[in-house]
Design a protein around this ligand. Structure first.
Ligand SMILES: *[C@@H]1O[C@H](CO)[C@@H](O)[C@H](O)[C@H]1NC(C)=O
Ligand SMILES: *[C@@H]1O[C@H](CO)[C@@H](O)[C@H](O)[C@H]1NC(C)=O
Ligand SMILES: *[C@@H]1O[C@H](CO)[C@@H](O)[C@H](O)[C@H]1NC(C)=O
Length: 294
């Protein structure tokens, strides 16, 4: 019996290698599973395989696989399958972590990791729903932004050790309409328009469009009480809000309040968010925020 499970499992792991374009095509002993499963549409670094009484999640970033076994199945009693690369658990299980801020992927792909989390908690259906809501809202925003006639030029720059990376050359900056200042700072409170202009250190500021349009932004508008940027947290799961911010930065309406970016030249300050700012019961799962989009 154990051998058979292992055969199915290794075939499951082998089958994972041919996942293609987000479509799940498992080789060999494929099992039809309906409901409560997640299919990967956009993310590149993890894969999920479903068997009859188990699921396998493969994380391509650390090379580890997890075998999650239904707790009331025979397999749960009989199978112990742990190697340095594969660990098996009887579900539900918790306790694992990942640091999404270092993933070299788009906003979009990062959001799909909610499905990775969902598999561990048996809430694939909800994870799928949330991802679908986020993705369709994101795509709608992309479409509406793509129809705009103007194409502003954006520069995302950082000031470190006295030097701006990207460029500080005044002649190059003249073409820039919107500037995002990604300079890391210990104290976002103190980083204001005055400091930006000091760092900019360009005498003739008359021809810089981002100054005359007052369009200099930082991505540190939302901070936790221990000064962690929500940019590395909330923004990961809600790429549609990041995109909506960017659209407001590029095509200002003045009527949309950005979530993650603050305008330095308009004197926008950072906001510290503590527990008291959470307007729902903390045991209730958060719903994704959707942006009005036609
Ligand atoms: C998915 O699993 C949840 C929790 O076990 C259950 O309540 C729900 O009915 C399942 N949905 C489907 C479509 O099977
Ligand atoms: C859970 O996380 C804690 C803290 O990182 C660790 O000490 C513990 O070994 C983990 N437990 C399991 C089952 O991985
Ligand atoms: C920026 O901060 C400095 C020091 O805290 C302060 O002196 C200055 O007035 C501030 N500038 C603006 C535009 O608020």
């Amino acid at each position: 019996m154990l051998l058979m499970y292992l055969a199915v499992l290794s075939s499951a792991l082998g089958g994972l290698l041919i996942l293609n374009g987000g479509v799940m095509v498992a080789e060999g002993a494929a099992v039809q599973v309906t409901g409560n499963i997640s299919k990967i549409e956009d993310a590149s670094y993890f894969r999920i395989y479903y068997g009859k009484t188990f699921k396998v999640i493969k994380n391509d970033l650390d090379g580890k696989s997890y075998l999650l076994i239904q707790s009331d199945s025979k397999m749960a009693i009989k199978t112990k399958y742990c190697t340095p690369r594969i660990k098996s658990f009887v579900i539900p299980l918790a306790n694992f972590s990942m640091d999404v801020s270092y993933f070299p992927v788009s906003f979009f792909e990062r959001a799909e990791w909610i499905k990775y989390l969902g598999v561990f908690a048996n809430v694939e259906t909800r994870a799928n729903e949330i991802y679908d809501v986020v993705k369709s809202n994101y795509q709608c925003l992309v479409k509406s932004a793509a129809s705009k006639k103007i194409r502003p030029i954006v520069a995302w720059m950082e000031f470190n050790d006295g030097v701006w990376t990207f460029t500080k050359d005044a002649y190059k900056l003249k073409t820039v309409d919107v500037l995002i200042d990604g300079t890391l700072t210990q104290d976002p409170f103190d980083y204001n328009g005055t400091m930006f202009l000091q760092n900019l250190n360009i005498e003739d500021q008359s021809c810089l469009a981002f100054l005359s349009h007052e369009s200099v932004w930082r991505h540190d508008k939302r901070l936790s009480t221990d000064m962690a940027l929500d940019w590395f947290d909330g923004a990961v799961s809600q790429p549609q809000l990041v995109l909506a911010d960017m659209i407001e930065m590029l095509f200002p309406t003045g009527s949309y309040t950005t979530t993650y970016f603050r305008n330095l030249l308009k004197g926008e300050e950072v906001t510290i968010l503590g527990l008291e700012n959470c307007n729902r019961d903390t045991f209730t799962a958060m719903e994704p925020t959707t942006i009005a989009c036609t």
